[in-house]
Design a protein around this ligand. Sequence first.
Ligand code: SF4
Length: 64
Amino acid sequence: MSKIIIDQEKCIGCNTCPMMDPETFEMDNAIYKAKIKKQPTEITDNIKSAIDACPVGAITIEEN
Ligand code: SF4
């Protein structure tokens, strides 16, 4: 199983990842950082696009 990780230390709260995949990512409006809304069952193209689009490289995939 793959797991998506967001490094909230790196995240600058640009809102890109929730826009590219709102099923997987959402903003934590209390701290203006992205968080995982729901871990996906597979790594979709939307998730890959969000990872590529993150300006600070805060999103990674952890393979178990
Ligand atoms: S794209 Fe990156 S910097 Fe922007 S909200 Fe998502 S994790 Fe944070």
